[in-house]
Every structure is written in C-alpha cells, then in structure tokens.
Design a protein. Structure first.
Ligand code: NAD
Length: 469
C-alpha cells in the first residue's frame, strides 16, 4: 500500500451505536441548518478532494487498476464539479418557495402558504465498489447541502479507496460526518440504528435486504441498483458508430458500470456487419490487445473475476469478440457473445464486467418483447435506430434513464437527475435532485389575526347555507 494511505481497518462493531448517536447529536445542535456552516463544509470537502488527489489516484489504481484518466474524469473532477455546482446553487435551492395559484386558491391566499426545505436529519450513505469514491461522496454533497449529518459506509472490496474517503471526511466537522469501515457485519450493525434516510447504491439483492430492514423502523430509502440494460440496434443505425460507442461502454472501468449494456438486441440481417464493426472498434482502442493497454481497469477481485468467468463458461453462445482472461491479474478482455436463447446466462444475469451478449431478432417488435421479458425496469437503455424507432423504444419500454445513439451519455453530466425505476432503483440524485433527496419539503401556512372574520364559517355551530364549495 502507498505509504500515505493508511491500512484498511474495519470499524469495531461496538463503536457503531456511538458513531450513529454522535451524528444524531450533532444534528440536534441545529448548526447544520446554518447555510454558511454547510457552505464551509462543502468547501472543506472540495479542498480535501483536491489535496488528496494523489492518494485517490493511487487508491483507485490499487483497488481497480483504474487509469488516472478515468479516475480524474469520473471520480475526482466529477466530485469537485459537484461541490462547486452545489455551492453556486444551494442557497437558491434552500429558499422557501411561496405557494401561489393555481395550487393555492385565491380564497386561501391570506394564509401565506410556502414550502420550507428542511434537512431530513441524520442519514446513512452506503456505497458500492465500482466508483468507490464518487458514488459515496456524490450523494454526500447533497446531504451536506441539505443540512443533514451523515455516516458513510464505503465498500470493503475497495479498501484503499475506503481509507482515502476516511482521510477526506476527517477534514470536515468530526461529529456531524463520520465513516464506518467494513462489510456485511458492520452494515448490519448500522442498520440496527435509527436513520432519517438511507441512501444505498449497490446490487438489487442487497438493496432488498436494506429495504426490508429499513421498513422495520419506517426509514425512507433511496435505492440506486443494478443494471441488465438492453441496447437496441435496427437496420437504420450507423453500425460503426453503434459498435464503437457500445464498446466504449464496456471498457469504462472494465464494464463495472451499472449503466453499461448487458445485451444487444439487433436485427438479424446486420449481425455480421455489427460484429465486424465491433472488432474494428476494438482494434482502434487496443492496437496491441486489451491486456497490454494501460487504460483498461481490472476486475475488482477474484470472486468477481470468477463470477464473470462462470457466465462465459456457462453460456451456450459463441464468442465473437475478445474472450481472453488472466486470473493472475483479474483481467477479462472486453468480450461479446452471440447467443440464441433468452434464457442464456448472458441474457439473464447482470454481467457488471466487460462482457455482453448479442441476441439477433427479426423485428423491433421482437426486440421490445424480449427486453420487456428479460427485465421490465432496467436502469438504462440505449437505442440506435431512426428517430421514429428510437421514439418507439422509449414509448414501449421503461428504464431509469435512456440514451439515444450512444451509451449512457444521459448520465455523463453531474447536474441532471439520475436514478432507476422499479427494481433498478427508487429516487434520484445529482444537481438539484441531490439537494431535494435529502430535504423534507415542509408546507407552512401562517394565518393572520385579521383573517378571523373570513374564517368565521368554520366554527360551530355550523351553517350549511354559508358553505361555498
Ligand atoms: P453490493 O450490493 O454487493 O454492495 C453494496 C454495499 O452493500 C457495500 O458497501 C457492501 O459492503 C454492502 N453489503 C454487501 N452485502 C451486504 C449484505 N448482505 N448486507 C448488508 N450490506 C451488504 O454491490 P457492489 O457489488 O458493491 O456493486 C455492484 C452492484 O451495484 C451492481 O449490481 C451494480 O449494478 C450496482 N450499482 C448501481 C449503481 C447505480 O447508481 N444504480 C451504481 C453502481 C453500482
């Protein structure tokens, strides 16, 4: 481990109730409700990310062999932009909103209705391993801006990144913001505590466990869950472009991206040219083969390497691009598999790695039927076709977000709402949505004394004759 990243140490289970209670206590001091206090915390977060940039780069290299390019673009700069955007806009988001007609009828306007944005309270943020810094700290930006106190639980699968998150958070208010390190046992201990909101990013399986437990204390949960995302390609697509863009989606973080396509549904007449275009795009990105590229991340650990390998071992399909792997360095080559059954493991399981399947269809009708059968509510979908075909895909299949003619560019900026639908997630964040996500919208009215005459009708004894509805 790099000298300046402390060794990973799980938080003692006995310490967790105290950590939660300290964060709750910090909220009860009401200091987080002060806008300047929040802004100071966000600035501290920005500068901690800036100052610890070498450690973040080193940690991501160690945990995932993430390139400096991807780490800078998708974790460090992303988060710095998040902080700056929030600092520019949070005062506006936090302002009371006067409620007017038509929501408030003129007959009630004297009651001065408004919405006050209040912090939810003390929140728990649980992160996954694939973007271990960004996916933990991006929701945290929203929590700080909204005036919450927070406990963060980074993924234990990326221990160096988790420790850098500890360093970063140690620069902020030490009682309002704390980190718990660990895996299942520590998360379970955290789930024994009462939170005002839980923000979970991870798999659908664990999201279900968290939600069940949260239901016991009626704790609201935001869920950012898994993929199994389809890509649709029709005869009207630009095949070279579709191939290059979809391959890009599977090379980012070695396909360990919740948004990347799990399978491609393509008109049977253009399957061969698409495979040729894919291989050509591959050669453009990896002239010496993917393994030799310094840019391609590695699979996070042996368990996930074997999970992905098993999908390739069990498929009845044919590998038409890639297929190489090297267990000694958790390397899996970007791989496309031509399959003929919807039941194939390559269609049914989330690959969450650099592999995806290609399933030939006779028509867009068939493609839409298959996609809706495989997963009715994916996190994202991609459509490469004519304008009318793309519109049809949007109309006839839902998803958390969607990109036309590209791979997940709908999630490429940090200020527009991002989230799943159905079993790919509940709730959204990024930009204003992050602020709203951690805020309670409290409706306030204020009835002036002079209005007593106007309201005389409501007092007993009632007189039906005076009711005007
Ligand atoms: P995961 O669900 O295994 O782990 C997420 C978090 O839950 C970790 O912090 C982990 O320590 C904790 N955890 C794991 N098992 C637990 C258990 N049994 N009880 C309590 N807590 C537990 O997810 P992962 O493997 O880190 O990430 C991959 C998954 O996350 C994929 O399914 C991917 O699609 C999804 N993901 C979704 C998004 C999104 O924004 N929608 C983003 C990234 C990843």
């Amino acid at each position: 481990m790099a000298a300046d990243i402390p060794a990973f140490e799980a938080t003692a289970l006995e310490a967790i109730p105290q950590i939660a209670s300290t964060a709750r206590g910090a909220f009860r001091t009401h200091r987080t409700k002060n806008m300047q206090w929040r802004q100071v915390q966000l600035r501290k977060l920005y500068w901690a990310i800036e100052d610890y940039t070498p450690q973040i780069l080193a940690a991501l290299k160690q945990d995932l062999r993430k390139s400096d390019f991807e780490a800078t673009l998708m974790e460090i700069d992303w988060l710095k932009k998040d902080c700056l955007f929030m600092l520019d806009n949070m005062e506006r988001y936090a302002k009371d909103e006067k409620l007017r007609a038509p929501e408030v009828p003129w007959t009630f306007s004297f009651m001065n209705f408004r919405t006050r944005k209040e912090p939810m309270g003390t929140v728990l943020i649980i992160g996954p391993y694939n973007f271990p810094v960004q996916l933990l700290l991006a929701p945290f930006v929203g929590a700080i801006a909204a005036g919450c106190t927070a406990v963060l639980k980074p993924s234990e699968l990326t221990p160096a990144s988790a420790m850098v998150v500890n360093l970063i958070i140690s620069r902020l208010d030490p009682t309002a913001f704390q980190v718990v390190n660990g895996g299942i046992a520590e998360t379970n201990a955290l789930m024994e505590e009462k939170w005002d909101k839980i923000f979970f990013t991870g798999s659908t399986t664990v999201g279900t466990i968290i939600t069940k437990k949260a239901a016991e204390t009626l704790t609201p949960v935001v869920l950012e869950l898994g993929g199994r995302n389809p890509a649709f390609i029709t005869k009207n697509a630009n095949l070279a472009l579709a191939a290059r863009r979809l391959l890009w989606g599977k090379t980012v973080n070695s396909g360990q991206v919740c948004l990347s396509q799990n399978y491609v549904l393509i008109d049977k007449d253009i399957v061969q040219p698409f495979i040729e275009a894919l291989n050509k795009a591959y050669k453009g990105m990896f002239p010496n083969g993917a393994k030799a590229s310094p840019d391609l991340a590695r699979i996070v650990n042996q368990r996930h390497f074997h999970r992905i390998k098993k999908m390739l071992d069990e498929t009845d399909g044919k590998i038409v691009m890639g297929g190489g792997m090297d267990e000694s360095e958790n390397f899996i080559e970007p791989t496309a598999v031509l399959v003929s059954s919807v039941k194939d493991s390559m269609m049914q399981e989330e690959s969450f790695g650099p592999i995806f399947s290609i399933y030939p269809v006779n028509s867009l009708d068939e493609a839409l039927n298959v996609a809706n059968l495989v997963h009715r509510t994916p996190l994202s979908l991609f459509s490469f076709g004519s304008k009318a075909e793309n519109q049809r895909v949007l109309n006839e299949m839902t998803s958390g977000g969607a990109t036309l003619n590209d791979a997940f560019s709908h999630a490429s900026i940090n200020t527009v709402p991002f989230g799943g639908v159905g079993d790919s997630g509940w709730g959204a964040y990024h930009g204003k949505a992050s602020f709203d996500c951690f805020s309670h919208f409290r409706t306030i009215s204020e009835t002036p004394a002079w209005a007593e005459k106007l309201m005389a009708v409501r007092y007993m004894p009632f007189d039906m004759g005076k009711l005007r509805i």
